[in-house]
Design a protein around this ligand. Structure first.
Ligand code: ZN
Length: 352
């Protein structure tokens, strides 16, 4: 696995706590941009080129996680969830609490063992509010020496290769999108004939209300925004094909409708552009129409007087869990398609 990809997957950065991931994105984008800034909201915005047209690439850099809410007298840590995490994936997991000095404190998520539950209790789903984190200390005072209320908690960092093209890692949603955006900018910086301003925006706080996309698209005011994010697949057991037909390794997904229309409904001329580019360049793709889930596209599309928005989604298994699985082939097809969409969108024949 390329080092920048594993660095992105392993780095901490839940919504609102993006300082460290912003550093990695700044360093990586700096090489492919003329200038770079971190705005008041925490978005990292790189800018490349000059021209009348303004295009914006977007990948959110925050991840789902938890925040320390309360420490009991006996030293157990209670937490809230940040972003959509199922309680099912929490129990027994190893987590890291990042304290104010940037140190990582290891903890285990525990609850009452099944041996001590009565029959009724053992049938019920255990809620996160009945779980706690054990960091191996015996008192509140001792815990407070290393952990503060309000510290961020992430799943134990991990990244690797399962088999051939199939990779795994923490926070694949959306660090694989961040990686793809870096690669697209590296392609674009080599090209001499782009007469446009291209913005690469690593957004903050997408997982908690698509916030960074809203503020950054307002300030940039682009003619076209292209989002790169992840989407769920339907190629694992217990999922009917009619619910999701997306598969790992079959190409990047072109998303058309999010959250049954409550999210982005990609405008027809953007759809045409994305499909035309995929066909002209024979880039493998799948079509994503989804009942639940949204991207930054949803707020960007509604920004100002309406911003033309397209979405490319990398099919990913087990998103919002401690480890997700994706195909590097799909990531590469996202890079290829996004690069060529930008080329076409800045061209004279593009109608927007
Ligand atoms: Zn995402």
């Amino acid at each position: 696995m390329e080092k920048i990809l594993s660095d992105l997957l392993m780095c901490d950065g839940i919504s609102g706590y993006e300082k460290n991931i912003a550093k990695i994105m700044t360093k990586a984008l700096m090489k492919a941009c003329d200038s770079i800034e971190i705005d008041n909201f925490g978005n990292v915005i790189g800018k490349l080129g000059k021209g009348k047209k303004k295009l914006m690439l977007v990948a959110h850099m925050d991840e789902v996680g938890m925040v320390v809410k309360h420490i009991s007298e006996k030293g157990f840590i209670y937490f809230i969830k940040i972003g959509g995490i199922s309680d099912l994936v929490l129990l027994g997991k190893i987590v890291k609490i990042i304290n104010k000095n940037g140190e990582c404190i290891t903890g285990i998520i525990g609850t009452k063992p099944p041996h001590l539950m009565d029959t009724e209790e053992s049938k019920k789903l255990i809620r996160y509010s009945n779980m706690f984190i054990d960091i191996g200390l015996y008192s509140k005072d001792d815990v407070l020496k290393v952990v503060d209320i309000g510290d961020q908690i992430i799943f134990e960092p991990n990244a690797g290769i399962l088999n051939d093209n199939i990779y795994y890692g923490k926070a694949a949603d959306n660090r694989v999108g961040c990686y793809a955006m870096i690669k697209v900018m590296e392609n674009l910086v080599k090209s001499k004939d782009i007469n446009a301003e291209i913005y690469a925006c690593a957004t903050a706080q997408e997982e908690v209300g698509l916030k960074g996309g809203k503020t950054s698209s307002f300030s940039i005011d682009p003619d076209f925004a292209l989002i790169i994010d992840t989407t769920v697949t339907g190629d694992t057991p217990e999922i009917d094909e009619k619910i999701s037909a997306l598969k790992l390794g079959k190409g990047v997904a072109i998303t058309i409708v999010e959250a049954s229309g409550r999210g982005t409904i990609v405008p027809e001329k953007v759809r045409k552009l994305m499909f035309d580019v995929a066909h002209e360049n024979m880039i493998p793709y799948q079509i994503d129409i989804i009942d639940g889930g949204m991207t930054d596209g949803a707020t960007i599309n509604m920004s100002r007087k309406g911003i033309l928005t397209g979405i490319l989604s990398i099919p990913t298994r087990y998103i919002h869990a401690p480890t997700s699985v994706f195909s590097i082939k799909d990531v590469n097809s996202a890079v290829d398609l996004a690069t060529k969409i930008i080329y076409k969108a800045v061209g004279e024949n593009c109608e927007f």
